[in-house]
Write a protein that binds this ligand. Structure first.
Ligand code: FMN
Length: 202
């Protein structure tokens, strides 16, 4: 049972959530979890000039870039993106816009999909960003998986995490890393998608 955590992160916050999601998915027996990113679109010299982006790139240098086959072969996928004006980022959008062939083949139909994101501000569009990723997944026939309120942290979180998916608030400088609650909810999401993928496959 293959689980793909497919994300983009410029300053490292979504990357931290992605790692927690992957850890959660790994808890499910029989899961083979891969953590992959998508091709960068920002020019190298822009990244060089931003200490935050440069550091995050270094942290992610071992993370492979996903191919379309990685996506098509997965039994469950958890998509992650930073918020860009209330939407998913261009890097993930661009990757997903190349999945026409997978759509034609119906390669993702009936597979579970979860979502996670990070914003600078609490009301900066976490839920819209999660929904923006869901729209594409729904067109692919994927089954949208959220986080149920049996996860107690959803009742008390002061930052990220909602029934729509995992998230974090990184602050105006994008340097406030996900909290323990954010990471636990991300872990729970990864585990849930893997559990559902396993049931669907059996
Ligand atoms: C072009 C651009 C647009 C953004 N739009 C929003 C936004 O609408 N709302 C928000 O809260 N943060 C916004 N942000 C901030 C990022 O979503 C935030 O820094 C996020 O935590 C970055 O995740 P990362 O560390 O994984 O790159 C924007 C950042 C950029 C560069």
């Amino acid at each position: 049972m293959k689980i793909l955590v497919l994300y983009y992160s410029m300053y490292g916050n979504v990357f931290k959530l992605a790692q927690a999601v992957a850890e959660g998915a790994k808890k499910v027996e029989g899961s083979e979890v891969s953590l992959k990113t998508v091709p960068e679109l920002v020019a190298e010299d822009i990244i060089e000039k931003s200490p935050g982006a440069k550091k995050a790139k270094e942290q992610q240098e071992d993370i492979p870039v996903a191919t379309l086959d990685d996506l098509g072969d997965a039994d469950g996928v958890i998509f992650g993106s930073p918020t860009r004006f209330g939407n998913m980022c261009a890097q993930l959008r661009q990757f997903l816009d190349q999945t026409g062939e997978l759509w034609q083949k119906g390669a993702l139909i009936g597979k579970p999909a979860g979502f996670f994101c990070s914003t600078s501000t609490v009301h900066g569009g976490q839920e819209t960003t999660l929904v923006s990723m869901m729209l594409t997944a729904i067109h692919h026939g994927m089954l949208v998986v959220g986080i149920p309120y049996s996860e107690q942290r959803l009742l008390t979180t002061k930052g990220g995490g909602s029934p729509y998916g995992a998230s974090s608030v990184s602050g105006m400088m994008s340097d406030q890393l996900p909290t323990e609650d954010d990471l636990e909810l991300a872990f729970a999401l990864g585990k849930r998608v893997a559990e559902i993928a396993k049931k669907l496959k059996s």
